[in-house]
Design a protein around this ligand. Structure first.
Ligand SMILES: [Zn+2]
Length: 478
């Protein structure tokens, strides 16, 4: 009987004691994480956005969220997927680079550099799958590589030369996610990426009519996503989080500002630098040649009133952008309105991101709706590292080590007093089912053992043990 008693303990402990199960909605709620690249927190203020407004009434709206620094696409998206600051997840730039060979690979090609992404931190797809869920990702940065040899259940990697703006394509992607992935394949978690309004924000600037028009397209798509969830019978089970990776800020040129061009700064020489990442908007990094760190640093520090220069170890703690071997020894970033040029101005975008994440222009929007979320609730700002533990909570999975806290976002959820009794009832029923199961096992064992003893005794009667002998008595101890 000892083994059957042990079996009961094995059944009972997980149902009564493991925290992840206690608060879990596993098997009941799904989650769709959507990023509209570069959707600044205030983009709905000068455009009619009926669908985003409806979503806010049906769910939760944050005044804005704060992305991690460096405020560029791949690093900030990987923070959404991992809950870690950029220095801690290691995807420190949009570009893969090698300081020894001088090689640099642009954003899209870096999506295929597995070693850049798979460097020790697991994105939520893999964590969820290791805990029994099924996941998918469509065009989200970081979708392509395998992590520790594992991949999403299903993925759709953005093709090269993809038309980010095509609304028909957007709807086809939504159909694929809703009908096929959540519907037919019954996935639990999907991340979905749209490349706008980042594109128009760069090209025409955040104050342009083109940007406002694209926000209208985003809004129509949000309406399409929500009605698609409804049509596919997902409204009661699917939670939808919509956010972005960073905002956008105007860049001034044509004599409106004194541009930052490093080659023109007295005392600075590219001959003192063995590798640089420059001409990438408002942020840059330098690797000085051996023994030249102080020379390079002193030449640049204070050289332009809108250029910030830090040795890696001096960068403000709040930026969380130092503690990684991939980050180079000197870090530069400019104030809004300015970009950093190497030899001469080569960037002609009207809008840029990559600035300090305290700048309001760098803050993305955040909306959430679904059975896990409160309705018609507007909440204050929070850092995007906190979205990861929120997602893990909704999916009922144990998060990896991360820099976020569920405490920051849990007030957005259906309240603890409403939530926990449901979970408690569920756990009680699971526990009772386990007890019942154990009793069945015990009874079955007793009956089998009794029958076995009878059989043994009967056989024994053919041998040396007679029926009614003292050897029958031990079964009474059961
Ligand atoms: Zn972006």
């Amino acid at each position: 009987m000892l083994w059957s008693a042990s079996l009961c303990v094995v059944f009972l402990v997980p149902s009564l004691g493991v925290p992840v199960d206690r608060y879990s909605t596993k098997g009941q709620q799904k989650l769709l994480l959507i990023s509209f690249d570069g959707f600044r927190w205030d983009y709905d203020r000068d455009v009619d956005t009926p669908n985003l407004d409806t979503m806010a009434r049906d769910g939760v709206k944050a005044s804005y969220v704060t992305p991690p620094f460096l405020t560029v696409t791949s690093p900030t998206h990987f923070t959404l997927l991992t809950g870690r600051y950029i220095e801690n997840h290691g995807v420190i730039h949009n570009m893969w680079f090698d300081v020894n060979t001088g090689e640099k690979v642009p954003y899209y090609a870096t999506q295929f550099k597995t070693e850049w992404w798979d460097n020790g931190t697991l994105p939520i797809w893999i964590t969820a799958q290791r805990q029994g869920l099924r996941t998918g990702s469509l065009h989200f940065p970081g979708t392509q590589p395998r992590y520790q040899g594992e991949s999403q259940t299903v993925k759709d990697v953005e093709p090269g030369f993809y038309n980010y703006k095509n609304e028909t394509k957007w709807r086809q992607n939504v159909d694929k996610v809703m009908e096929t992935w959540f519907g037919e394949m019954d996935l639990d978690f999907v991340s979905l990426y749209f490349g706008e309004p980042d594109g128009v924000g760069h090209k025409y600037g955040p104050d342009s009519p083109e940007r406002r028009e694209m926000v209208g397209q985003v809004d129509r798509t949000v309406g399409y996503i929500r009605s698609s969830a409804e049509h596919n019978g997902l409204a009661d089970s699917l939670n939808i989080i919509i956010t972005a990776d960073h905002g956008m800020s105007n860049v001034y040129r044509n004599g409106l500002v004194k541009e930052i061009t490093l080659s023109k700064i007295p005392g600075f020489s590219f001959g003192d630098v063995s590798f640089h990442l420059l001409d990438y908007g408002p942020a840059g990094m330098l690797l000085p040649k051996p023994g030249m760190l102080e020379t390079v640093y002193k030449a640049l520090k204070g050289a332009h009133p809108h250029l910030h220069v830090f040795k890696k170890e001096e960068i403000p703690e709040r930026l969380h952008f130092a503690n990684n071997n991939r980050i180079l020894p000197i870090i530069l970033f400019s104030d809004p309105g300015y970009v950093i040029n190497g030899f001469f101005p080569v960037q002609f975008n009207a809008g840029e991101h990559g600035f300090d994440n305290v700048e309001m222009d760098m803050k993305p929007f955040f909306r959430a709706v679904g059975p896990a979320f409160q309705k018609n609730l507007e909440v204050g700002p929070f850092e995007t590292v906190n979205i990861y533990p929120l997602m893990c909570h909704i999916l009922g999975i144990m998060p990896e080590s991360n820099d976020g806290h569920l405490d920051v976002t849990k007030h957005m959820l259906v309240s603890a007093t409403e939530d926990r009794p449901q979970d408690f009832r569920r756990n009680v029923s699971v526990g009772l089912a386990a007890v019942g199961g154990c009793l069945v096992v015990v009874v079955a064992v007793l009956v089998s053992f009794h029958a076995f003893k009878k059989e043994t005794n009967y056989r024994g009667s053919e041998g040396s043990v007679r029926p009614g002998s003292k050897e029958e008595s031990p079964q009474t101890a059961l």
